[in-house]
Design a protein around this ligand. Structure first.
Ligand code: C2E
Ligand code: CA
Ligand code: CA
Length: 710
C-alpha cells in the first residue's frame, strides 16, 4: 500500500503542551478515538517532530514557554508539507483575542479549555476527514496542472452571471503571458492574439457570450521572443442544476506542432520537392477552379506548356545532379518572368496571384496565366521566358546551355476542359520543337499568324522612325459655303519596305500598347508644322493643319513642350495648329488630362473633338470644357441621305455645337447629295473623298494652289 493512512495504520496526532498532565489526557482521549499519538512539550520540539513524523493532525496549546502556539503554527504553515495539516488550537475560555490570532496564524479550528475529553476524540476525527479532503483537492489540482502542461492545454472561464473572467496559469503560459504577474485579465487574454486576428477572435468570443453558445476557433499568438504559436481555443457552456447557463468553460491548446505537420504534409502533397513549384495535383486543382471561374465571368486564360530542349542529353552527359540543379535554376528564371512588378509583364498580368507555375515532372513545366484578356498577352509572356533563359547557366563549374520550347493553349477556344487544354498545349509544344526549338507556338495556327504579324510589326516599328518610313498624308478641309480649302488633316502612313503602305488603323493600336506612340506623336507634330511652314514659304495660302493625338497617356507625354518647340522651330503661329482628340480623352477626365487641355487652350491651339457621336456621346463635358471644333463622324454622314435617324442626329449635333460656340466639321463626305444636305443643315466645314482623299504633300500643294475644290 502506498498510502500511510491505509487501514492497518492509525492516523497520527501530535499533541503539543507544556503541561504534562494535559498532554497525557489529550493523548488518551485521542487514542480512544483511534489515533496513534506523539507528544511535544514546546514549539521547537513540535516543529522537529512535525518534520520527522508528519502527523495528520496537531493539537497546539497557545501559551507555552520559548515558542508559543501562534509562532509554532506559523512555522509549520510556512513549511512545504505544512500547508494542509489540520491544526487545532487549544485556547483559554472566552479568550477571543487568541482565537482571532490563531485564525490568522493559519489554524483550522480551536477548542477552549476546560476541555471536554469525550468530544476531543470526535473533534479529531472530523478534522482528520476535512484534512484528507483538502489534501485530495490539492492533489487533484496539482495533477490537473501537470496534465495540462503535458497536453499543452490551459483552461479559462467566463462567469455568465457576473461576467467575470478567469484564466489558469497554464493558459497564460501557453499564450505567452509570462510577463503578467497579476491575475490574467480578459484584455490580457485578447492582447496575446496576433494583431491581424484580434478582431476575429474578439467577435467570436463576444458573440458566444451574447448568445451563450459554444465555439471553437484557431488563431496565432505571438510570444515575447517573437515566435508564433498556433492555438486552438474551444469552449462549452456549463449549466447549473436549474438548467440555466452559468459559465463558459474554455480550453486553449497549443496546436503548433500539429499545424507544422499539416503544413509539411501540404507541401509534400502539393509542391514539387526539387523546385518548390506547384506539383501536378495542385495544378490540376487550380486549373479546375480557373475553368469554373472563367466560365462564370466570361474570361479567357492561357496554359503555357514548357519543355526544355534536349534536357535528356544534358542529364546523360553531366549526370542527374547537374540536371536537378538546372531544373532549379530554370524554375527560378520562370518565377522572375511572371512577377507582376516586372514592367514588361505589368499590364499583361493583373496580379501575381493570377499565375501559377507547376512542374509536371521531368523537364516539363506548365504555367497558368489567368484572365489574360487577349491571346497576344500569353505570347508576350512566352517571348519573355524564351529571352530570359540565359544562354548559359554555370552550374558547379559546368557551362550548360539550354533553351525551351513552349506550347500555348487558350481557354475556351482550344478546349473547354482540363484534358483537352493540356493535350493541346502539349501538342503546340511539339509543334514548337518541330519549328526548330527555342520558340513558342499557339495551338491555333491563326493565332500564330496574328501574333507573329503583330510581333513583326512591333519590331519593325521600332526602326521605322529612324529609317524615315513614316509619311504624313494631308486631306483638305473645305469651307462648305465656298468650297475653298481652309485646312488639312494630317494622317500618318507607314511605307513599309516589304509590306508596302500600312494604314494607321493597323499600327497605331500597337504603338499605343508598346509606348511607341509617344515618339510617333512627336514626329507627327514636328512634321506637320514644318510642312505648313514650307507651303507658306512657297507662297501658298496660309492654312491650319490638324493632327490626331490618341489619348494614350496624354498626360505623361510632355506634349505641351513638344508642341511649343515644334511651333517655334517652324516659326508658326499657334492658330495654324489644330489638335484632334477623341471623346474618350475627355471621358478619362483625370485632373492631368484636363490640365493638358487647359494648357492647349492657353496656347490658343484649336481643339477638335474627333469622331463625335461614336463614343460615349455624353455632352455634359462640353458645357464645362467647350471645344473649338466638333467633327461629326463619317458614319452619320454616310447614312444621312438614306436614314432619317442619321439626319436627326446630324441636325442635333449641329444645333448643340453652335449653341456652345463650336464650329462643325462633317467627315467623310463622298457625294454631292451628302454635301448639299449637310451644307443645308448649317455645318461649317467638310472633309471627304468628294473633295479629295488624303494625299501626299506635293499633291496637296497642287490642291492648295487652286482657288476652290469643285
Ligand atoms: P480619323 O481621324 O477619323 O481620320 C479620318 C479617316 O477617314 C482617314 O483614314 C481618312 O482617310 C478617312 N476618310 C477621309 N475621307 C473619307 C471619305 O470620304 N470616305 C471614307 N470612307 N473615308 C474617308 P486613315 O487615314 O486611314 O486614318 C484612320 C484613323 O487613324 C484616323 O481616323 C485616326 O484615328 C488614326 N490616325 C491617322 N493618322 C494618325 C496620326 O498621325 N496619329 C494618330 N494618333 N492617329 C492617326
Ligand atoms: Ca481625325
Ligand atoms: Ca474622325
Amino acid at each position: 500500500m502506498l498510502d500511510k493512512t491505509s487501514l492497518d495504520e492509525k492516523p497520527l496526532a501530535l499533541v503539543v503542551d507544556d503541561d504534562l498532565s494535559l498532554r497525557l489526557s489529550m493523548c488518551a482521549a485521542l487514542a480512544k478515538a483511534g489515533f496513534a499519538t506523539v507528544e511535544a512539550e514546546n514549539g521547537r520540539e513540535a516543529v522537529e517532530i512535525f518534520q520527522s513524523d508528519a502527523p495528520d493532525i496537531i493539537l497546539l496549546d497557545v501559551v507555552m514557554p520559548e515558542m508559543d502556539g501562534f509562532a509554532t503554527c506559523s512555522a509549520i504553515r510556512s513549511m512545504p508539507t505544512g500547508k494542509y495539516t489540520q491544526i487545532l488550537m487549544v485556547t483559554g475560555l472566552d479568550d477571543t483575542e487568541s482565537i482571532e490570532r490563531a485564525f490568522e496564524a493559519g489554524a483550522n479550528d480551536f477548542v477552549a479549555k476546560p476541555i471536554n475529553w469525550t468530544m476531543l476524540g470526535h473533534r479529531g476525527k472530523y478534522m482528520l476527514r476535512a484534512g484528507r479532503a483538502m489534501e485530495e483537492l490539492n492533489k487533484s489540482k496539482r495533477r490537473l496542472a501537470k496534465t495540462q502542461e503535458l497536453a499543452l492545454l490551459g483552461n479559462w472561464e467566463i462567469d455568465l452571471i457576473n461576467n467575470s473572467f478567469h484564466c489558469s496559469p497554464e493558459a497564460g503560459r501557453l499564450l505567452g503571458l509570462t510577463k503578467v504577474h497579476r491575475q490574467i485579465s480578459y484584455n490580457d487574454f485578447l492582447a496575446s492574439v496576433a494583431i491581424q486576428e484580434q478582431d476575429r477572435v474578439k467577435e467570436k468570443i463576444d458573440s458566444a457570450v451574447k448568445f451563450k453558445r459554444p465555439f471553437s476557433i484557431n488563431y496565432r499568438v505571438i510570444l515575447p521572443d517573437g515566435a508564433q504559436r498556433h492555438i486552438l481555443n474551444r469552449c462549452e457552456i456549463f449549466f447549473n442544476e436549474n438548467g440555466v447557463e452559468e459559465m463558459m468553460l474554455g480550453a486553449v491548446q497549443d496546436v503548433t506542432q500539429l499545424k507544422n505537420a499539416e503544413e509539411e504534409i501540404r507541401l509534400l502533397a502539393f509542391y514539387d520537392s526539387l523546385t518548390g513549384l506547384a506539383n501536378r495535383t495542385l495544378f490540376m486543382d487550380r486549373l479546375g477552379h480557373e475553368i469554373a471561374s472563367a466560365n462564370r465571368h466570361g474570361k479567357i486564360f492561357a496554359l503555357l506548356f514548357l519543355d526544355l530542349d534536349q534536357f535528356k542529353r544534358i542529364n546523360d552527359s553531366f549526370g542527374h545532379h547537374i540536371g536537378d540543379l538546372l531544373l532549379k535554376n530554370v524554375s527560378e528564371t520562370l518565377q522572375k518572368c511572371i512577377r507582376k512588378s516586372d514592367s514588361a509583364t505589368g499590364p499583361v498580368l493583373a496580379s501575381d496571384s493570377d499565375t501559377l507555375i507547376a512542374r509536371l515532372g521531368g523537364d516539363e513545366f506548365i504555367i497558368l496565366l489567368s484572365d489574360i484578356q487577349k491571346p497576344e498577352n500569353a505570347a508576350i509572356v512566352a517571348r519573355k521566358i524564351i529571352q530570359a533563359i540565359p544562354t548559359v547557366y554555370v552550374l558547379e563549374g559546368h557551362e550548360i546551355s539550354v533553351t525551351t520550347s513552349i506550347g500555348i493553349s487558350i481557354f475556351p477556344v482550344d478546349g473547354k476542359d482540363m484534358e483537352l487544354l493540356l493535350k493541346n498545349a502539349d501538342s503546340a509544344m511539339y509543334h514548337a520543337k518541330e519549328k526548330g526549338r527555342n520558340n513558342y507556338q499557339f495551338y491555333k495556327n491563326s493565332l500564330n499568324d496574328a501574333v507573329s504579324e503583330r510581333y513583326s510589326l512591333e519590331q519593325g516599328m521600332r526602326n521605322a522612325l529612324k529609317r524615315d518610313e513614316f509619311v504624313l498624308y494631308y486631306q483638305p478641309q473645305i469651307e462648305l459655303a465656298t468650297r475653298r480649302i481652309v485646312g488639312a488633316e494630317a494622317l500618318i502612313r507607314w511605307l513599309h519596305p516589304q509590306k508596302g503602305m500600312i494604314p494607321p488603323d493597323k499600327f497605331i493600336p500597337i504603338a499605343e500598347e508598346t509606348g511607341l506612340i509617344i515618339d510617333i506623336n512627336k514626329w507627327v507634330i514636328q512634321t506637320a508644322c514644318r510642312q505648313n511652314e514650307q507651303w507658306r514659304q512657297a507662297d501658298l495660302k496660309p492654312i491650319r493643319i490638324a493632327v490626331n493625338l490618341s489619348g494614350y497617356q496624354l498626360a505623361s507625354q510632355n506634349i505641351i513642350q513638344i508642341i511649343q518647340e515644334a511651333l517655334a522651330d517652324a516659326d508658326l503661329d499657334s492658330s495654324n495648329l489644330e489638335i484632334e482628340i477623341t471623346e474618350n480623352v475627355f471621358m478619362q477626365e483625370t485632373k492631368d488630362t484636363i490640365g493638358i487641355l487647359k494648357q492647349m487652350k492657353d496656347l490658343k491651339l484649336r481643339i477638335a473633338l474627333d469622331d463625335f457621336g461614336t463614343g460615349y456621346s455624353s455632352l455634359s463635358y462640353l458645357t464645362t470644357f467647350p471645344v473649338d471644333v466638333i467633327k461629326i463622324d463619317r458614319s452619320f454622314v454616310m447614312g444621312c441621305t438614306m436614314l432619317e435617324n442619321s439626319r436627326v442626329i446630324i441636325k442635333a449635333i449641329i444645333a448643340m455645337g453652335h449653341s456652345l460656340g463650336s464650329k462643325i466639321v462633317a467627315e467623310g463626305i463622298e457625294t454631292e447629295e451628302q454635301f448639299e444636305l449637310i451644307k443645308g443643315y448649317g455645318a461649317d466645314e467638310g472633309q471627304g473623298y468628294l473633295f479629295s482623299p488624303p494625299v501626299n504633300h506635293i499633291e496637296f500643294a497642287r490642291l492648295l494652289a487652286q482657288e476652290c475644290l469643285l
